[in-house]
Ligand binder design. Structure first.
Ligand code: 4AD
Ligand code: MG
Length: 434
């Protein structure tokens, strides 16, 4: 019996006989030689089946094996610089070959397919090298997110997914029946996090969030993952300091640990190598001035659309903070700017290269009176926010936090034109399957 190994570890087994369990990625027929590209999820290796080394049945199996058939291959690891696959330079001289299941004709071939077809076959498309690389980058981003927060005094807490009220705007709620009364899929864990922050100091929640967004854009999912740090005794400036450290750590981690995958995806690394704190900070009103110069006039009080964010990102060529948006284009919980009551102590982080807003956050209203007024102005049901108002009655403190969208971040770091490839099974306005 030979040892079963993973392809990523193959370099440590040169000269040994090993077994690989995987799938056929590709096959080249050279008569007495069959070249099988085998992938196992951790890499791709070339397995060479030579007539002289195997039984006639095995040779016949190697000839008839189809793309994506599941196989068990045993052979001796050889170093050969010309061998294709990752990590390059190794191949297997096969001594034993078994087909576990002979795949039916595989719908995705190396030829070009339309995006609709690929999306319908998302469950299979995930096996292709680019999608595989994107998911590895996504996993690294998530690992780095937790690493930074856990290492910087933030306690991981979990907030509910089924909620009785809205956190962001009431028009994008997914409603469900909760034993005869309405419940909503959470838009954000923030309100609950304000409670946990008063118990723990610095916290973060990380989970799926939902928006019944009727917009069909390349930046919007209806289900996405958001990490939300929240800090007691913190203000708007503190939020920006934390965000720039946090985001820089995420980018550095991906560059260090998933460089090969970024290159596989075709990402230009130079703009990512430039990411380091501090990030430029501009007020909303200054942003309007810059946009005007770029020919994108926007009346005061309007929120930015994708073209505005793209222009701002291009102007600075690195992530930029836009703070102090007019209160009327932000959520009800935003603290008011003491210098100008029309403005809120909010801040968005805009990614460069046209990827737009990746973080939204700011300082929260801590006065009971003002919060009650805001709930009324936003026509929210006061009864539903009783517990939230309690946080302003029992030891209210200045506090602040933010939410980073994982898929927007994956799109930016991977350089993807559309958010649909950033999550294994995207949920979009017109897509619930597979
Ligand atoms: O700006 P948003 O709506 O902020 C909040 O939900 C706050 N309660 C967060 C907080 O302060 N704790 O969303 C935050 C981020 C956005 O910047 C974006 O990255 C992402 O979540 N996001 C979406 N990503 C994909 N599809 C959507 N429909 C998204 N909506 C927001
Ligand atoms: Mg936002």
């Amino acid at each position: 019996m030979s040892e079963r190994i993973y392809i990523k570890d193959i370099a440590a087994h040169v000269g040994e006989q090993v077994t690989i369990k995987g799938w056929i990625y590709n096959r080249t027929d050279k008569g007495r030689l069959q070249f099988l590209l085998v992938r196992d999820g951790t890499g791709v290796v070339q397995a060479v089946v030579f007539k002289r080394d195997v039984t006639p049945e095995m040779m016949e199996d190697a000839r008839r094996v189809t793309q994506e058939s599941s196989v068990i291959v045993t052979g001796t690891v050889r170093q050969d610089e010309r061998a294709p696959g990752t990590p390059g330079g190794f191949e297997l001289s096969v001594s034993d070959f078994k087909i576990y299941q002979l795949a039916e004709e595989y719908p995705i071939s190396p030829k070009e397919h339309g995006i609709e077809f690929l999306m319908e076959n998302r469950h299979l498309w995930l096996r292709s090298s680019q999608q595989h690389a994107i998911l590895l980058v996504r996993a690294e981003i998530i690992r780095a997110v937790r690493e930074w927060l856990d290492g910087n005094g933030f306690v991981g807490v979990d907030t509910p997914i089924l909620t009785p009220t809205s956190c962001e705007d009431t028009t994008s709620l997914f409603e469900t029946d909760y034993f005869g009364r309405p419940a909503y899929l959470t838009q954000s864990g923030q309100l609950y996090n304000e409670a946990t922050a008063m118990a723990m100091g610095r916290v973060y929640c990380f989970g799926p969030t939902f928006r019944a967004e009727k917009s069909k854009t390349r930046r919007h999912l209806t289900e996405f993952w958001m990490v939300e740090p929240e800090m007691a005794w913190a203000d708007l400036d503190e939020v920006m300091r934390v965000e720039e450290q946090f985001v820089s750590h995420i980018v550095r981690s991906v560059l260090k640990n998933r460089r090969a995958e970024l290159l596989e995806i075709g990402r230009d690394l130079a703009p990512l190598e430039r990411i380091e704190p501090p990030f430029p900070r501009i007020a909303y009103s200054e942003a309007l001035g810059i946009l005007r110069e770029e020919g994108l006039e926007l009346p005061f009080g309007e929120d930015f659309g994708a073209p505005h964010e793209t222009a701002l990102g291009e102007h600075f060529n690195r992530p930029v903070f836009v703070h102090r948006y007019p209160a009327r284009c932000k959520a009800f919980y935003m603290e008011v700017d003491p210098e100008n009551p029309e403005l809120s102590l909010s801040v968005d982080l805009i990614a460069p290269e046209g990827f737009g807003e990746i973080i939204g956050g700011g300082q929260r209203t801590d006065s009971l009176e003002l919060m009650e007024r805001r709930i009324q102005e936003h026509k929210l049901r006061r009864e539903a926010y009783g517990w939230y108002l309690d946080l302003r009655k029992y030891g209210s403190v200045p506090h602040a936090g933010f939410g980073l969208g994982i898929e927007r971040t994956v799109a930016w770091i991977c350089g993807l034109g559309h958010i649909r490839e950033t999550i294994p099974f995207p949920r979009l306005l017109d897509r619930l399957e597979p």
